[in-house]
Design a protein around this ligand. Structure first.
Ligand SMILES: [Zn+2]
Length: 301
């Protein structure tokens, strides 16, 4: 029996190593390459889909008394930078007032950098949304859990950071669902689930995918301000560029990547600058108790 346990453990460790090796390769590819594509994709982004299909939101199983498991949000009221909490069940719910900012971090979690970002967010008492890649969450579930335990919102970003425009509609949806299941599995040990928020890798959306997601109660989180933190710039350049863009727009959803060390390095200064300039950080949370189909039932694992 002991030998059996040992071999199961060996197998478990081998599988974990494989996950981590895969995630490390993926992370390197993302850190090095995803940026330029994402910038191009931002430029060539087609018309935003306006769908009449109303999003049904993330509905719990009726028997799930612990719902909503993903809501642990405890805003730090003493923080001058902390703004409103927006309940979101549809993209149209994200209406920002002047000088309101939403912070989003894509592509993680990853050792070192994600925790550094959590510390900066904690220091300024603000909440962010982390759009996690499934493979990364599978490789580093404890870090994913820490993000949730720090009160942030977790959404998804596919399983392997695929460009969904290159896949068939069914393959794209399957890839999105795989990502949701991976992130769900990472959070399950602490009784949490991801919010039904999704970001298209490379911002490469299509109208029909947006409509299908909307029909599933998933909100595609768009980007107003691209920090371009994937460019090989000094942290201060990323900070200044993002602030400049934010001043120009006056409000908006900011795209960062928690896999980038320059982002982790510049974040405290960036938040300090936001505070001095009178911005407020708005946190997005899933709407309360909408009716509709369950998105990620336990049975789907
Ligand atoms: Zn990405």
């Amino acid at each position: 029996m002991a030998r059996y346990n040992r071999s199961v453990e060996t197998l478990r460790i081998a599988v974990m190593k494989l996950f981590r090796a895969g995630a490390a390769i993926l992370a390197l590819a993302l850190i090095a390459g995803c940026g330029h594509n994402e910038a191009r994709s931002l430029a060539m982004k087609g018309p935003t889909a306006t769908t009449s299909v109303s999003a049904l939101g993330f509905a719990p199983d009726a028997s799930d008394g612990a719902f909503p498991l993903f809501q642990s949000f405890a805003p730090v009221s003493s923080s001058p930078l902390n703004g409103r909490t927006l309940e979101v069940s549809h993209i149209s719910d994200i209406v920002l007032q002047p000088r309101e900012v939403v912070l989003t971090f894509d592509d993680g979690p990853i050792p070192g950098k994600t925790h550094k970002i959590l510390r900066a967010l904690d220091e300024y008492g603000v909440g962010a949304t982390f759009l996690m890649v499934g493979q990364m969450a599978r490789a580093y579930p404890k870090i994913a859990q820490d993000v949730a335990l720090h009160g942030h919102t977790i959404g998804t970003h596919t399983d392997g950071h695929a460009n969904l425009r290159t896949l068939s509609a069914d393959a794209a949806i399957a890839e999105i669902h795989r990502g949701q299941r991976s992130v769900s599995a990472a959070l399950a040990p602490i009784g949490r689930r991801p919010a039904p928020f999704f970001r298209f890798p490379y911002l490469a959306d299509t109208r029909s995918l947006r409509e299908r997601l909307s029909g599933e109660g998933v909100v595609a989180i768009d980007v107003d301000i691209d920090s371009k933190d994937y460019f090989r710039d000094a942290p201060s350049i990323v900070r200044d560029r993002t602030l400049l863009s934010l001043e120009k727009h006056g409000r908006g959803i900011v795209l960062f990547h928690d896999i980038q060390s320059r982002t982790a390095a510049m974040l405290p200064d960036f938040l300090q600058a936001l505070q001095e300039r009178g911005f407020k950080v708005v946190r997005l949370v899933p709407a309360g108790r909408p009716s509709g189909p369950m998105l990620l039932s336990d049975a789907s694992f």
